[in-house]
Design a protein around this ligand. Structure first.
Ligand code: ADP
Length: 569
């Protein structure tokens, strides 16, 4: 294989073509389906990033390694193949650990390529020397250092396969300077086979029958759709199942859109009642962790039966014993269940006490939210601001959401109509993922509108990524829901006191940051100005920022339970 980058070297008097480790790495990644690479260049990876561009990988230079590592995992989740992040040695890898940890908590694929100091300087106190494989290891499915440039394709194949197969997750490859620079005669390079799509595992027919029997016995059934089904690309099968059975369903935050949020069988508006009253839960690609209140009382009945579909056998029974285990790929198993229903149809009855209970609670909750939305006083509340964001949202937008109140309240107001159209703080509850996620969503869905709805605190973690958006002319609307603090601040700083820990600068004009990069900024205080600003921000080229000032003490409507279930509940 020869490229414009191929050089020759003299071996035993003959000229042979060579490739550098950086070039072999770039070509291996491209062969394995890595089409996007996010990073911050420097020692010793600059030449690798340039080689990646020559191979046709889109390289997005970011402003901070954390944001780059968040972007890579969102790109992996959205494309269905691990995508890449590359960072400099030492501190660069340390910063990118944040992304590995977040990817592992979400079980999303990504490959981190860390530059490293030269092997022949190991232990000498080399520039940015660090035990990178060791520190990456707890956050990865696989972490390895490459010791020979000729073997790079071998390691890349192994890393990509591990990242993608079974339950996906992050992987790490350590690339020392001398390995990246090493020249290898082309005939010595052993190219690896391309990792095929993951096998889609199915379950025994008797497990399908057991699951359907449990649903048929249930008085108060509930389907919970998690982001595992979004990853599995199971949206057609899950929709088919819901239509066939007419079962009520709820989505987890990133399971939203697998079945559209406005589907008549969604009981999202009666979430607490649905969880508390269900006698049988069909858990599809979701874990009974904090997001689902551990599946335990007081949020669930103590005798709740669980039918659990998950690709990871070790997940079966976490926190609550599972009655029927379906260990397999979400899409393949849902197709099996639909096939069984095709030959022996069954529907949950149209009129039951359970349905009536859920519908009346949903109506009651809608009235409380409507009252909050009708309050158009200034400074405005969350509900008014977020409803305006929803009203101006293109239907096919990808929504990024983070921040405490902004994300919690936004989950019910911002609607998703398709799978993988919501990215948020996720299983790790990480604040600061938003702008990296938005950039990834934009580059893998060229031209599609991305709307990142950010609390002001969450925005601050990676605000300089606005420059990345401007440089790449990405049509991203960043909405800052600004309450002057972490969980709310104050209207004015007092000159005689230090700012309290949760307070950020009152009245900060975040929209002006985008002016510095030639983008469009809008500042809104009056609810009547929201529509025009949001519509303008969502049209036109390149990035825009809408900074919406809300009341520093704006809160969520009263909840039956605290935001997460404590030990004493
Ligand atoms: P959520 O945050 O939406 O509740 P979680 O991340 O907690 O979702 O759970 C997702 C689950 O989906 C994980 O336990 C994971 O093992 C599982 N999963 C991942 N890929 C697949 C797949 N292809 N088929 C079925 N389940 C999957």
């Amino acid at each position: 294989m020869t490229t414009e980058a191929t050089r020759t070297t003299q071996t035993n008097g003959a000229q042979v073509a060579t490739m550098s480790g950086a070039e072999i790495l770039a070509r291996s990644l491209k062969q394995q389906g890595v089409d996007y690479l996010f990073g911050v260049v420097g020692f010793p990876i600059t030449e690798f990033a340039a080689a990646a561009q020559r191979e046709g990988i889109r390289y997005i230079g970011m402003r901070n390694e954390q944001a780059a590592s968040y972007a890579a995992q969102a790109a992996g989740y959205l494309t269905g193949r691990p995508q890449g992040c590359t960072v400099v040695s030492g501190p660069g890898v340390v910063h990118a650990l944040a992304g590995l940890a977040n990817a592992k908590a979400n079980w999303w694929p990504m490959i981190l390529i860390g530059g490293a100091s030269a092997v022949y300087q190991n232990g000498m106190g080399a520039f940015q020397e660090e035990q990178q494989v060791l520190i990456a290891h707890p956050f990865c499915k696989y972490a390895h250092a490459v010791e020979d440039p000729a073997r790079i394709p071998y390691y890349v194949e192994q890393a990509i396969r591990t990242s993608l197969y079974g339950r996906p997750g992050p992987v790490y490859l350590d690339l020392p300077d001398d390995i990246l620079q090493g020249e290898v005669p082309e005939e010595k390079i052993r190219w690896a086979r391309v990792v095929p799509e993951p096998p889609r595992t199915t379950v025994p027919p008797e497990s399908v029958q057991a699951a359907l029997a449990a649903l048929k016995q249930s008085q108060n059934p509930l389907v919970i759709v998690g982001k595992g089904m979004a990853w599995a690309r199971a949206e057609d099968e899950v929709r088919d199942f819901i239509e066939r059975t007419q079962l009520p369903f709820l989505a987890t935050p990133m399971g939203k859109g697998v079945v559209p949020d406005d589907h008549p069988l969604s009981v999202a508006a009666a979430r607490t009642t649905a969880l508390q009253g269900a006698d049988t839960i069909f858990l599809l690609g979701a874990r009974l962790n904090w997001i689902l209140h551990f599946g335990r009382p007081p949020r669930y009945r103590p005798d709740v039966r669980v039918i659990q579909l998950d690709i990871a056998a070790e997940e079966i029974g976490t926190n609550v014993p599972t009655d029927v285990a379906l260990v397999g790929d979400g899409r393949a198993v849902m197709a099996q269940i639909n096939a069984a229903l095709e030959s022996d149809p069954w529907q949950y009855p149209a009129e039951t006490t359970w349905r009536t209970q859920l519908e009346s609670k949903a109506r009651e909750n809608a009235q409380v939210s409507a009252a909050m939305m009708a309050d158009r006083s200034m400074p405005m509340n969350y509900y008014v601001a977020l409803q305006a964001v929803q009203d101006a949202m293109p239907k096919d937008a990808i929504i990024v959401s983070e921040g405490a109140g902004t994300m919690d309240i936004g989950r019910t107001i911002l609607l998703n109509y398709d799978a993988r159209t919501r990215l948020d703080a996720g299983s790790y509850g990480t604040m600061g993922v938003g702008l990296g996620f938005a950039i990834a969503a934009s580059v893998v869905n060229s031209g599609r509108r991305i709307v990142a709805v950010e609390g002001d605190a969450a925005f601050g973690f990676s605000g300089m990524e606005l420059e990345t958006m401007a440089r790449h002319k990405l049509p991203i609307t960043t909405v800052v829901i600004n309450n002057n603090g972490i969980g709310g601040g104050v209207s004015q700083l007092r000159g005689d006191r230090q700012p309290p820990p949760s307070v950020l600068l009152p009245g900060a004009r975040y929209e002006k940051v985008i002016d510095a990069f030639g983008g469009r900024g809008y500042y809104v205080e009056d609810p009547d100005d929201l529509k025009a600003a949001l519509e303008a921000a969502n049209s036109g080229d390149g990035p825009s920022v809408v900074n919406i000032a809300i009341a520093p003490q704006a809160r969520r409507k009263p909840q039956q339970f605290a935001w997460h279930t404590g030990r004493d509940e």
